[in-house]
Design a protein around this ligand. Structure first.
Ligand code: HEC
Ligand code: HEC
Ligand code: HEC
Ligand code: HEC
Ligand code: HEC
Length: 218
């Protein structure tokens, strides 16, 4: 028997043991959180940014085609726009109009949700510049999708093969709050790999997706 086979058998024994334990004490396995849609620290809307404004997914999730993780954008990416856009456009326009009529300086409206972003990056909205004394602190986005550590998934392979984000994540560009649409179970992964190999998925014809245990577990 090769050492690779032994590794796989040990792996199966370990996982099965862990599972029997996990099920008996009723731990929720992280792969099966379908429908999970946690509240985020800032009410960031994919419907607005990805849908209405049509910002490309990769503009924010910059590593989805380059590495294992798609990545969550750093606040500096948000500031590319929000250095200037401090509130919804109609509020800014309305204040501009009023200031003109009342012959006074404009008071730039600041959205309460965006003020959380400004606190996080240390941006002073009175001076409209970064406050050098304030280091800011990272935004603690709550993770929505996560596989158990014993399963291996890589974005790059899928994105570069032409599997679109929505095939796995659903219509994110319509979501006010992101929710987990797919099961993220082993059956979900393997069924798509089989469909790929059977040529059922037109866009992915002539691709091959492994169904070997060791492709996703090692
Ligand atoms: C302007 C930046 C931006 C754009 C554009 C954007 N996202 Fe996001 N995305 C975020 C941020 C910030 C989060 C973390 C907060 C949240 O979950 O809403 C996130 C979270 C996610 C998550 C959940 C990650 C997890 O924790 O499991 C998925 C899936 C996702 N985005 C997919 C997409 C897809 C698909 C598109 C294109 C339709 C897209 N995003 C466009 C900024 C963006
Ligand atoms: C390419 C430009 C762009 C980027 C990048 C961007 N936004 Fe926005 N965002 C906008 C625009 C434009 C609006 C206002 C749309 C409107 O008129 O309602 C907006 C609105 C918002 C609002 C709603 C404000 C309110 O009170 O209604 C929040 C919150 C927000 N953005 C957070 C973020 C965060 C967090 C990021 C980074 C992950 C981000 N945005 C990245 C352009 C951008
Ligand atoms: C083949 C299915 C699939 C495709 C296609 C896919 N994802 Fe994912 N995505 C997943 C899985 C599975 C996870 C959980 C990964 C984990 O826990 O290691 C995930 C996690 C994420 C996360 C959480 C952070 C991270 O990097 O793990 C973000 C953000 C995300 N995906 C965005 C995207 C975007 C944007 C696209 C398109 C460019 C995309 N995904 C395409 C399956 C997919
Ligand atoms: C919507 C279809 C789809 C889903 C769902 C999917 N995959 Fe894939 N996967 C593919 C395709 C297509 C490829 C082949 C990419 C290529 O040709 O390089 C692939 C390739 C892979 C590879 C590279 C192995 C190889 O063939 O050399 C791994 C590892 C992988 N997937 C893991 C996963 C895991 C883990 C999940 C579930 C969390 C998953 N995939 C879900 C379509 C999918
Ligand atoms: C395409 C990827 C992929 C392949 C191929 C794959 N698995 Fe999995 N497997 C997963 C994922 C993802 C999970 C986690 C699912 C969850 O948390 O519910 C998993 C979970 C498991 C579990 C935990 C039980 C369960 O169903 O949740 C065992 C045991 C397991 N795999 C064994 C195997 C064996 C043995 C093979 C080969 C016959 C194999 N896997 C092939 C992706 C894969």
């Amino acid at each position: 028997m090769t050492s690779r086979n032994i590794t796989i058998i040990l792996f199966i024994a370990l996982v099965t043991g862990t599972l029997i334990y996990a099920r008996s004490v009723n731990i929720n396995l992280p792969g099966n959180n379908q429908g999970f849609a946690p509240q985020q620290p800032i009410a960031f809307s994919h419907r607005l940014h990805g849908g209405d404004l049509q910002i490309d997914c990769l503009y924010c999730h910059t590593s989805a085609d380059k590495s294992r993780h798609a990545g969550t954008p750093p606040a500096s990416i948000c500031m590319n726009c929000h250095r200037f856009v401090t509130a919804p456009w109609d509020q800014i326009k309305m204040e501009e109009q009023k200031a003109l009529e009342e012959k006074r300086d404009m008071q730039i409206p600041i959205s309460p949700e965006l003020s959380k972003l400004y606190a996080a990056v240390g941006f002073d909205t009175e001076k409209m510049q970064y406050d050098e004394g304030s280091p800011g602190k990272p935004i603690e986005w709550v993770r929505v999708h996560s596989l158990p550590a014993f399963a291996y998934f890589d974005h790059r392979r899928h994105v570069n093969a032409g599997v679109i984000c929505q095939q796995c994540h659903g219509p994110v560009q319509t979501m006010e709050t992101v929710s987990q649409v797919s099961e993220l179970s082993m059956g979900w992964c393997v069924n798509c790999h089989r469909d790929v190999n059977d040529g059922v998925l037109a866009d992915l014809r002539r691709r091959h997706a492994s169904t070997n245990c060791a492709a996703c577990h090692y």
